[in-house]
Design a protein around this ligand. Structure first.
Ligand code: NAD
Length: 296
């Protein structure tokens, strides 16, 4: 049994923290939302008064925060977790954030004599609840080996992606593929429909031909072919267009930093930004098909 500080108990962090409690670990939980903390205390965690309090006297600290600015402000500086935690603490940041913030925070932790990994996830709220998340981990082999047993209580597939920040690199690259492929599948289904080809027939052909991809076979943006896809429930998320836009913007930041052209990634970001401008960012990201149909 390990002692763990857990900071950020939102849609993802809440169920992840509960899975650690269920596995028998001792948690000190903190969030700016008192309601979120109360939920974890009810599940068996201890209440921490502040983020720094959650990080004191524990072997591990897990953070699941919205974005890079939150991670930097929680970890860095005199009032941050790195200054508060005991030497030897292992930090695991599972937030999806920009690569430079991840690398800077990990370097600061290492300079202070601690270990840290970036460990963003995919799998959404359903995966967090079921403990089946995929973790993409960046950091030293030693830090990865220490983090792994905890990550296995929250996820099913745990990948070491290489050095610090590489977890975030894997995450933005994967989600850029996903955002682009969802738009491609949506365009093809709308075009097929307009030309008189019904969606199920196109699905039957394309899902066994070279157009096959996850956006089609697991998450088809038209109702019918994949009964579990959000298209069958009015595009209720799932994974919102707002979340996809956040990740595509991170991919664009990364592409500028790396001076690598990602023209389709840029177009994808623009299309999801149009969904946001239309006030539809809380639809599932597969709702981008409505934009292509001219419905929003
Ligand atoms: P969320 O907004 O539901 O939760 C974030 C939590 O952090 C909130 O409860 C908020 O009160 C808390 N918080 C913010 N600043 C804080 C601070 N300074 N100290 C303590 N707590 C603070 O967000 P979420 O959906 O849980 O997402 C968390 C991260 O996971 C994001 O980086 C997101 O991109 C990523 N992610 C989300 C999903 C998803 O489907 N929701 C999937 C994969 C990855």
């Amino acid at each position: 049994m390990a002692t763990i500080g857990f900071i950020g108990l939102g849609n993802m962090g809440g169920p992840m923290a509960r899975n650690l409690v269920k596995a028998g670990h001792q948690l000190k939980a903190f969030d700016l939302s008192e309601k979120a903390v109360a939920g974890l205390v009810e599940a068996g965690a201890m209440r921490a008064a502040t983020a720094r309090d959650a990080a004191r006297g524990v072997e591990f600290v897990v953070t699941m925060l919205p974005a890079g600015d939150h991670v930097r402000s929680v970890y860095l500086g005199e009032g941050g977790l790195i200054a508060a935690a005991d030497k030897g603490t292992l930090f695991i940041d599972s937030s999806t954030i920009d690569v430079p913030s991840a690398r800077e925070t990990i370097a600061a932790a290492e300079a202070a004599g601690m270990d840290m990994v970036d460990a963003p996830v995919s799998g959404g709220v359903g995966g967090a609840e079921a403990g089946t998340l995929t973790f993409m981990v960046g950091g030293t082999p030693d830090a990865f080996a220490r983090a792994r047993p905890l990550l296995e209580k929250m996820g099913k597939n745990i990948f070491h992606a290489g050095a610090a920040g590489n977890g975030q690199v894997a995450k933005v690259c994967n989600n850029m593929i996903l955002g682009i492929s969802m738009i491609g599948v949506s365009e093809a289904f709308v075009l097929g429909e307009k030309l008189g080809l019904d969606a199920q027939t196109l699905f039957d052909i394309s899902s066994t031909a070279s157009g096959q991809c996850w956006s089609m076979t697991s998450y088809c943006p038209v109702p019918g072919p994949v009964p579990t896809s959000p298209a069958n429930r009015g595009y209720a998320p799932g994974f919102t267009a707002a979340m996809m836009l956040k990740d595509l913007r991170l991919a664009q930041d990364a592409s500028r930093t790396a001076r690598t052209p990602t023209p389709l990634g840029a177009q994808a970001a623009q299309l999801y930004a149009l969904m946001e401008a239309a006030g539809e960012e809380n639809l599932d990201f597969s709702g981008v098909i409505k934009l292509i149909r001219g419905e929003i």
